[in-house]
Design a protein around this ligand. Structure first.
Ligand SMILES: Cc1cc2nc3c(=O)[nH]c(=O)nc-3n(C[C@H](O)[C@H](O)[C@H](O)COP(=O)(O)O)c2cc1C
Length: 243
């Protein structure tokens, strides 16, 4: 499976529509802040020059609906995922009820301080039991499939334990940004370890920019790959169908 990874402020409906037919099986819109606390945090993040984090609370669901409609208006027939920051599972469940949403992705990856202060985003990796409960509730209540996006090599966290808990919670996809600080490539060893110790569908992410890096990710044990920065200008720089 080839997935377009989320890039806040970039992966909107129009961007996804242009990228999707270039060989993607699933595209991700967002990430979006969807509960009141994260929406208010988005206002502070905007003041630091990141306007994409500021969509008003009373407009967020219709904004997401508009993005899905843009994608659904094309001939492409893959899956649409929505990457979401929220302090409550119920706001994510609400998004799962929008027509055309195939996957809701819980963002346990965001490093914006205002989001982390809410025990949201990457902070969830430091509270694996909370992440388990959060995921379990979304899985139980959502009207679509559930993905959880996490980051590798976060000091003080245990990615194997976290991955096992996400699998036990019943998520359909584990999306791993296998970032390896100081290296221009992904941490393939961590992907191998997760693949060896879980059965969940594993989407490997980070620094995939050509056939070689994509194949390495799959050889390490990922069931699918996702790309973000390599496609930031709207073009896939290699033939995805050759993977
Ligand atoms: C501009 C930008 C915005 C991003 N926004 C999000 C986001 O909203 N949610 C998320 O889970 N990841 C986000 N990411 C992370 C990417 O999805 C991806 O995990 C990361 O860039 C590593 O993959 P890559 O090497 O293919 O870019 C963002 C990345 C970039 C460059």
């Amino acid at each position: 499976m080839k997935v377009l990874a989320p890039m806040a402020g970039i992966t909107d409906g129009l961007f996804c529509s242009k990228l999707a037919p270039q060989g993607f099986d699933m595209v991700t819109v967002g990430g979006f802040n969807v509960d009141l606390k994260t929406v208010l945090a988005g206002k502070s993040i905007k003041e630091r020059g990141r306007p994409e984090f500021d969509i008003p609370y009373n407009q967020i669901l219709s904004f997401i609906e508009d993005q899905i409609n843009i994608i659904q208006g094309t001939a492409w027939k893959g899956m649409v995922s929505v990457n979401l920051r929220s302090t409550t599972p119920s706001s994510i469940v609400e998004v799962s009820e929008i027509d055309g949403v195939d996957v809701v992705e819980i963002n346990a990856h965001c490093r914006q301080p205002e989001i982390m202060e809410l025990d949201c985003g990457q902070s969830l990796l430091h509270k694996p039991d909370d992440l388990y409960r959060f995921t379990r509730t979304v899985v139980n209540d959502a009207s679509c499939k559930v993905s959880v996006k996490i980051r590798a090599n976060v000091p003080g966290t245990d990615i194997i334990n976290t991955s096992n808990l996400i699998e036990d919670a019943g998520a359909d996809f584990l999306h791993v940004d296998a970032m390896k600080p100081g290296y221009p490539h992904a941490d393939y060893k961590t992907i191998s370890s997760i693949s060896d110790q879980t059965d969940i569908f594993l989407i490997g992410n980070n620094s995939i920019k050509d056939v070689n890096s994509a194949k390495k990710m799959l050889k390490a044990g990922a069931d699918g790959i996702s790309l973000a920065r390599a496609v930031i200008n709207g073009e896939v720089p290699f033939n995805l169908s050759s993977i």
